[in-house]
Design a protein around this ligand. Sequence first.
Ligand SMILES: [Zn+2]
Length: 266
Amino acid sequence: MALSLLVGCFPTYSEKRRAAALAQRDAAPSVESAKGVDLPWRVIGHSVKGRPIRAATIGSGPRRVLWIGGIHGDEREGRVATRELPAAFLATSGAKERVSLTILEDVNPDGSAANTRGNANGVDLNRNYPSKNFQAERRYGMKPLSQPEARALHDFVQKMQFDLVIVAHSWHGDHFINFDGPARGAAELFAKHSGYRVRDSGDMNPTPGSLGSWVGRTLGKGILTLEYLRGREPWAAWEETKGGILAAILDGVADARAPAAEDETL
Ligand SMILES: [Zn+2]
């Protein structure tokens, strides 16, 4: 009786240890230098194993763009791009006045640590979003947003209302830029500056419950899925896409088919 009362009233040793570990991780310096740029990191959620999911916003322009460094843990070709992008963005004339750029370094830190596509539950986080095409399967999650990493990104995207999302992946045997929602113009601009070709989601295999399906079709916002060549050396991957990424961030219009900004002719 006494023992069960005690157990009910106080956190167990393992709960305390887990809380202490999380506090220690989150207490890491909130400002960290990446290539000479101080990034104001904040923790937007935690992975299954309690790793922080971090994001930092630089620039103060009205256009809101989100860069996601990775969602599949075994696709790390974009990691140099994620590290180098802040300095390249700030070095671009007028960028910080026009755009608020948020860097989300990694949605799947457990998968990155273990070099697995899915998270620590074996769920593909790019199939766990509440889009119309969501498919309940063990490897996709039995419910949309069943995984803490997917919930963290979902809530963050809802709160921040980005105009454009760019997410880095990699693909066996090819590289290209794929888009969902009103982002054809941004994809074409990226393609022009990188030499990557544009692939429409409609021409590809279905990706039920993907971030692209949810952001592009459910929310109606533009999203680019940047597929690096699997195994591409990350520095080379950054060098060949740097111009395209910056162009899409700065100038990617909502849709190339839409009329150009009308106020320029008025
Ligand atoms: Zn991927």
